[in-house]
Design a protein. Sequence first.
Length: 315
Amino acid sequence: MAMVTDTLAIGLTTLDIVGHKIDALPENEAGVLIESVEIVPAGTAGGFALIAATLGLKASLISALGDDRIGRFVRLVLEDHGVDTTLVPTLAGATTSATILPIDSRGRRPTLHALGASMETEITEAAIAAAARAKFIHYGAIGAPRITPAARTRFLQAGHAAGAFITCDLISPGPRAHADIAEILPALDCFMPSLAEARFLTGYSDATSAAAALRAAGAQSCIIKCGAAGVLVSDADGVRTIPAFNVRVIDTTSCGDAFCAGYVTGLHQGWDTDTSSRFAAAVAALVAQGLGTIGRLTGFAAADALLKDEKNVLF
């Protein structure tokens, strides 16, 4: 009998190369010392799976890697943290998606991304079978050029038929985003964009109106990530704000993926939406205090301890 997966993520997997602090590039090939460098798998699917596995979930990934050194490193790190990469093919002759992130002293960063094998991610029959064995599915493949609407529908329907809770996040939405989101929203139990992404998709500047529009378009619930302002939750119980934690921010690169993985982990624990959202905020706060996808997150216990430490909550 096939093994049940706690959470199955599909979409972008990249390698993040992160440097801190970089407030300006040196001129004329001059050299400068920086505080630290990190290299770590990331992406709406790869980063989510890595964090979910770090929090103790059985996490599986659907994506694609190249047969280059970057691809071998990404697979090694994912598997070392317990992520099942069975459904991540190595594509001959392809490079692996990678991103360079120079983080400044305020935690801000430009993103220098090289497209790679993740653009070739497909939904195969094996992926559809995996969706039918997952308790949670995280869809991070908005805009993926090789995923057809028909394949996506079969994949999500397989998950729903098996009782999976389906979430979705996106990054740097492109020309296909509006069409993809319109088609996928009715299949989502929870859509979790950033405020900037919600504004782009709906045209509304405030989170409350944007969430209402996204729910009216079909999403069962919507959680909009608003950075230091916390998150706005909109569902059948109403609209409310879950505050962020008061921590020293080093790097916010993967905080959105951290929140999504933390939220799913909370639901997996049997917690309600608000408790799961607070736990997710704690996970994101730990990630923000270090570099890269994991930051200072060491596991479930660390996030649970911060969750219970209410003096650190920003109101």
